[in-house]
Write a protein that binds this ligand. Structure first.
Ligand SMILES: Nc1ncnc2c1ncn2[C@@H]1O[C@H](COP(=O)(O)OP(=O)(O)OP(=O)(O)O)[C@@H](O)[C@H]1O
Length: 232
């Protein structure tokens, strides 16, 4: 238990140069344990998306390091970071980003195909992912025939079909009403409890803070509080 999966050490990110530069995050020291569910909260502009992108190795810190399973990922060249992302990471965004003319199943299977996965396994992997998010029964439906919450669950299935250990989500419930938002969060909880995943998401939703294990609050690019929900 309490094995660190992701670690940020003295991370700082500055965009631009000179007078126009913006320090988006700074002094970030953070450990995310395997099998936990974490929410990053803070006002607009507090640095949540910047931090998520650094943890996803989509972006590189100006200073400091990000470690995954004890190995530095932030210093790797883009080709290796991209390989790391394809292997270990699932990404979910506010906009579901599904292709409207493809069924739920085809959207998930297509995600595997463009990631270059072994096509013999694609069908089984896509169906398993849809089952895990509770969408297998509706996998032949196209996105316009599904509710917002169902579409986001299909987007989650697409993100986890290759069975990554880490799922990062940027405002995954922002487009949903509170009932559908809760459904999506329950899917994340189930992935953590039953399928060995670790979930980090940004959110403004107070309902979500109650369900996650830890809430990390950012203010002006710095961590101001880290609360442990299970101890509070
Ligand atoms: N590519 C960029 N170039 C310049 N400045 C940027 C860039 N990305 C983010 N910033 C700035 O960094 C700061 C943090 O932005 P970030 O998007 O991480 O905040 P956020 O907490 O995710 O906000 P929101 O809740 O509105 O999405 C802001 O001042 C933003 O304008």
């Amino acid at each position: 238990m309490n094995q660190p999966l992701l670690k940020a050490v003295n991370v700082k990110k500055v965009f631009g140069r000179g007078d126009n530069s913006v320090t988006a995050v700074k002094n970030i020291n953070l450990t995310i344990n395997k099998g936990s569910m974490i929410a990053l909260k803070g006002r607009s502009g507090s640095g949540k998306t910047t931090l998520l992108n650094l943890l996803a190795a989509l972006d590189q810190p100006t200073e400091g390091e990000v470690f995954f399973n004890g190995q530095i990922i932030s210093k790797l060249p883009e080709k290796q970071r991209s390989h790391w992302r394809r292997t270990h990471l699932g990404l979910v965004f506010q906009a579901f980003g599904l292709i409207p003319l493809m069924s739920a199943y085809e959207n998930v299977e297509f995600g595997l195909r463009i990631a270059g996965n072994d096509s013999k396994l694609n069908r089984a992997q896509a169906e398993r992912a849809l089952e895990w998010v509770g969408m297998k029964a509706r996998m032949k439906h196209r996105p316009p025939e599904l509710s917002g919450g169902e579409q986001q669950r299909v987007a989650i299935a697409r993100a986890i079909a290759h069975q990554p250990v880490l799922l990062l989500a940027d405002e995954p419930t922002a487009e949903l009403d509170s009932r559908m938002g809760l459904q999506v969060i329950k899917v994340f909880r189930d992935l953590v409890e039953n399928h060995g995943m670790t979930v980090v998401m940004t959110t403004h939703d107070p309902g979500i803070m109650e369900i996650v294990d830890h809430v990390i609050a950012l203010e002006d690019g710095e961590i101001v509080t880290e609360s442990n929900q299970s101890n509070s």
